[in-house]
Ligand binder design. Structure first.
Ligand SMILES: NC(=O)c1ccc[n+]([C@@H]2O[C@H](COP(=O)([O-])OP(=O)(O)OC[C@H]3O[C@@H](n4cnc5c(N)ncnc54)[C@H](OP(=O)(O)O)[C@@H]3O)[C@@H](O)[C@H]2O)c1
Length: 395
């Protein structure tokens, strides 16, 4: 009814009385079986979380790893990464390849073929996300900045997909981000790039090919979030902590799970996250969120009692605050956008909304406000004193 009322639906709405589907609990699976004669490619694998992934592959039994990034062996972390993988008994080779370039990517795959150890798995962990881009809202972006962030995700994944379609692969993994799922105002192009990569994974799956996209939360011990000192902020925002060892262990379970295609992995406190990211309040997150305290400030404060014991100006301010916040919630807008002198119907309050507002006000102010009175009210400034009188009289 809420959807219908706000005209947020497309086409028909089907109401079923089926019990809610339980969120599936994934049973841990054995780590993925890797071919010691094959090569596994990790793009973005010479540093950060990509390097942690390469190390994990070596620990899982991969003996040959191709690690590609634009700077290749000159990547600041490359020396340490290759040495660490050698300690696991595997041979990692650094390739200087820009995967947004189709010809360079073709040469990379040809160079792997030339080793005689066929390519059997791909992880695309390449990304570009500099501080300037991270801070830009969509309107501040231009083509060049957009392309820099989207291309390693979209073009890079598309080239790798095209070049490996006719090969038997153990896995084809794309590293996405929670920002693709929950959105983030200042990461719109990063989210877009990740969604584009996920679309390629879905297309692979539809064609019967291996494909997995993982929407990671912030990784706490390596990679961009760690480098940029964002981990604390992310934890406070409800994203929890996910270290690279835990993350790659889950990756192993997902790779060997035939049902996993696009999966979010994180230790997320969704109720907390929803306060920060408005998109998390969308209906598709319903199963993840605790039963809502539906309206802002719907706390256990006894408002009628506070109103009755306060002096006139404070009492009026309190009633006005309750009225404005409830009205804003019903109208899906911010309280500061409610003009106190505009008729409620001109603010967009139609009959179903008025009924909802009436019931909220009854619950919070313990007084009856007929729907018609709301629908015809001249504005918050005119309505609030009337409500105050009723709260005081307890009617
Ligand atoms: N770290 C996190 O918290 C986090 C959270 C969610 C998702 N992820 C995902 O996990 C992946 C790795 O993240 P990270 O934090 O480890 O990032 P990172 O440390 O910035 O590493 C990204 C790597 O990608 C390489 N790269 C960039 N453009 C490339 C291109 N065109 N061709 C080849 N390589 C390229 C870079 O090396 P060069 O400069 O040498 O090219 C860099 O080493 C990303 O896909 C990211 O979206 C990470």
């Amino acid at each position: 009814m809420a959807l219908l009322r706000d005209s947020r639906h497309i086409g028909k709405i089907v109401i079923t009385l089926d019990p809610a589907e339980p969120v599936p609990v994934r049973v841990p699976r054995p780590p993925v079986a890797l071919d010691p004669e094959a090569t596994y490619l990790v793009t973005g694998g010479l540093g950060g979380f990509g390097a942690a992934t390469a190390l994990w592959l070596a620990r899982c039994g991969a003996r040959r790893l191709a690690l590609a990034s634009r700077s290749g062996a000159a990547h600041p972390e490359a020396g340490a990464v290759l040495a660490r993988i050698a300690e696991e008994g595997a041979l990692a080779t650094a390739y200087a390849t820009d995967i947004t370039d189709p010809e360079a990517t073709r040469e990379l795959v040809a160079a792997i073929d030339a080793t005689g150890h066929p390519l059997r798995g791909v992880v695309n962990a390449a990304m570009v996300l500099d501080d300037v881009l991270d801070d830009a809202t969509a309107v501040e972006l231009d083509d060049e900045r957009t392309h820099a962030v989207v291309s390693p995700k979209l073009d890079g994944t598309a080239h790798l997909d095209r070049l490996t379609r006719d090969r038997p692969l153990d896995f084809f993994v794309f590293y996405s981000s929670i920002s693709a799922l929950a959105g983030n105002l200042r990461q719109s192009i990063y989210a877009a790039g990740n969604l584009a990569g996920e679309a390629i994974i879905r297309r692979r799956r539809a064609a019967g090919l291996p494909g997995l996209a993982v929407q990671w939360c912030a990784i706490s011990d390596t990679g961009y979030a760690d480098r940029a000192g964002m981990v604390d902020t992310m934890r406070r925002a409800g994203f929890g902590e996910l270290d690279s060892v835990t993350a790659t262990r889950v990756l192993g379970e997902l790779i060997s799970d035939p049902d996993a295609d696009v999966v979010m992995v994180g230790n997320t406190d969704w109720a907390q996250t929803a306060k920060l990211l408005p998109a998390v309040a969308a209906p598709r997150f319903t199963e993840m969120l605790p039963a809502p305290g539906a309206y802002p400030q719907d706390t256990d404060r006894n408002i009628p009692e506070l109103v009755r014991s306060a002096a006139e100006p404070e009492a009026l301010a309190l009633v006005t605050e309750v009225l404005v916040s409830a009205l804003a919630a019903v109208l899906h807008t911010a309280p500061e956008r409610i003009d106190p002198d505009t008729r409620l119907d001109q603010l967009g309050l139609e009959s179903l909304m008025a009924a909802e507002l009436s019931s909220v006000l009854q619950r919070r102010l313990d007084c009856v406000v007929p729907t018609m009175e709301l629908a015809t009210a001249a504005g918050v400034r005119q309505l609030a004193p009337r409500l105050l009188g009723r709260v005081r009289r307890g009617v």
